[in-house]
Write a protein that binds this ligand. Sequence first.
Ligand code: FES
Length: 115
Amino acid sequence: MMKDKFEWHEVANIADTSSDRPLEVIVGDTVVILVKFGKDVMAYQGLCPHQFARLSQGTIAGDSLHCPRHKASFDIHDGTCGPGWQLPALRQYRVRIKAGVVLLAYPLAVKAGQD
Ligand code: FES
């Protein structure tokens, strides 16, 4: 069996994640948010690329995450910025779920296709 090139660290129980409200976790010195989507959990940078508001204080409506400060929106599927703003997509991190626990690669690794 091939060895995994990442170390995986437990950051939350899946039961603590929600599709209504991002859950903030700190990995090293990086703020990350977890958002449940169906059976999956997505992990994104936790600070807004506009003026660094904590996205864990934002709201999720439909498929969009809204920043709490100036209301920029980001698609919850891929982190891309919504209409009316020209911000970079949210950095998305690799996630694993094992036995009800959410694991993130450490050091944080961006999801394939974003690196
Ligand atoms: S800080 Fe997020 S939209 Fe301005």
